[in-house]
Design a protein around this ligand. Sequence first.
Ligand SMILES: [Zn+2]
Length: 375
Amino acid sequence: MFQQSTIKEGKTELIVPDSSLREKVPPRDPAFFNPLGALKRDVLVAVVAGYSANLGSKISYGDPLAGVGAGSIRVCNETDVRRVYVNDLNPEAIELAKASAKLNDVYRKCSFSRYEANDFLLKHSGPHKRFDCIELDPFGSPAPFLESAVRACKIKGMVSATATDGAVLCGVHPEVCLRKYGSNSLNTEYCHEVAVRILYGALAFAAMRFDLGISPVFAHTTKHYAKINAIINAKPVLTSKEIGHVSHCFSCGARTIDKTIIAKCQECGKKTKSAGPLWIGELFERQIVEKSLEFAPTKSSKQLLEGALNEIGAPKTYFVIDKICDNLGIPPPPLSKIISALQKKGFRAVRTILNPRAIRTDATTIKLKEILKSA
Ligand SMILES: [Zn+2]
């Protein structure tokens, strides 16, 4: 038997392989646990609780790639769920999840299984078997599981998906992105937003195959992952308004989000490069995020949810101020100063949770550069 440790995360005690706490990169054997995923799980707990409170009923929760159950046992222990289905192919991982469930006295609310993830989801895709919430947290891309997740999710249920293939989604490997997500990616300063939009888009396309649609709830990114949460609904996606392309000018930094590719830069006339097809609608949903805020277990998770509320309806894509100032050869002014300077000139300007050094604004790149030079 391998060495185990008990740690506390949120209000939950988790039994994890000792090696995952000691080694710099947590090993997959005997079972994977990433201590750096605490924020992701804090947000998960808040959003699942917020979703359930907004729905007004207790929910069922399916975790096809549960690992040691860190996320699902926390959801079971820290939210008011009806039942949690913890699945993983790895027997060692499931034994640890069972032990954690017992330790937190939630074992009776859990069902454990050891199927391949798609197999597990398809077993739950018939009427009366579907989940209210599904969490996809794989190694790498969630793309191979999106369609099964849609099938196993109730109408008005919520699918969460985490991607750790950031280099693919952020335009470093465009061929792989096209293959996995059916979308062109782009290596721009706002690549985290492109990543989130590609993920939402991939889920939307999976839903559209069944004449269903999605409504984004909440998304966030770190240097390790991008994560989306979206409601599956009976209303098909408006492909004319919600699916489209980002066209970016690498010459002046201007960008356009539209249902079609805009081949010529609208500011300097140079040729653009584009990402898509991807999600061009809203990234966050006010009502559920407000509810989730009530359940945020930590200051960091609360700040993310508050930040999202602040940027609902804000201009799409953001400007990384340090990068622009670097190109201009000037020191970057404080973000608060730039935001108030833009607002004084009548522009919209807000921060974004997708990059702490960036702002969203409807000012043109020319105007923004002028304001930065005079700030
Ligand atoms: Zn341009």
